[in-house]
Unconditional design. Structure first.
Lengths: 109, 112
């Protein structure tokens, strides 16, 4: 069945770049998403990429998609303490989203 | 401002009791969803609705029920048949299915 995998933790220094990785299994995925969740809150849609794109940039965020390897990454430039959160990757090709387990990003001074 | 409102933020349930979680959206979205989130895990889909008066089971529908009588409202009832209801519940909506989903702030349900 469909599966989305992410590493559990990432720790970076403030000002450095963060790269959060995600792999998925469904080659027919139409959209791939990145969501951010702060403690006790809902999920905030950060960005998404259509499956026929390789890259999408939005201010400090860059999404890279390697369809051949079914690999998605989110790069956050100039990471700030406010970026500390859990980041979820999700895929969809049907009416449902399939979420990864989330990567907890910790930013230290 | 348009958005999704979930209430209450915190909810406590006694053994054998049904409780209903509210989800309202003013985004004029056709599709609405309910997810369950357990600590350290991703989101799992409980129910979803693509249009008024219609809904489908997700991956973990047992012990839950929903209704979709109005476009803007999609309440979730956690029944006494749900033996492990303690979790964070998230409601989402999208303009139509397969479009990006937008989330409410969640309801945390605990057992007394």
């Amino acid at each position: 069945g469909e599966d989305v995998e992410q590493s559990l933790f990432l720790s970076v220094r403030e000002g450095d770049s963060s790269v959060i990785n995600c792999t998925y299994t469904d080659s027919s995925s139409t959209y791939l998403y990145w969501y951010k969740q702060e403690p006790g809150a809902g999920l905030q849609l950060l960005t998404y990429i259509f499956s026929n794109m390789d890259m999408k940039q939005d201010q400090r965020l860059t999404v890279l998609l390697n369809k051949k390897d079914k690999h998605l990454s989110l790069r956050i430039a100039d990471t700030q303490t406010g970026d500390s959160a859990i980041y979820f990757c999700a895929e969809s090709n049907t009416d449902k989203l399939i979420f990864g387990t989330g990567t907890r990003l910790q930013v230290f001074p | 401002d348009g958005g999704i409102t979930q209430s209450p933020k915190y909810l406590f349930r006694k053994e054998g009791q049904n409780v209903t979680l509210s989800c309202e959206q003013n985004l004029n979205h056709d599709a609405m969803y309910w997810y369950r989130q357990d600590p350290g895990q991703g989101l799992r889909l409980i129910y979803y609705s693509q249009i008024v008066n219609d809904f489908q089971k997700g991956d973990i529908a047992e012990g839950y029920s929903v209704s979709r009588e109005k476009k803007e409202s999609f309440p979730l009832t956690v029944t006494s048949a749900q033996k492990n209801p303690t979790a964070f519940y998230l409601c989402a909506s999208s303009s139509v299915s397969r479009q990006p989903q937008h989330f409410g702030d969640g309801t945390r349900l605990s057992i007394l």
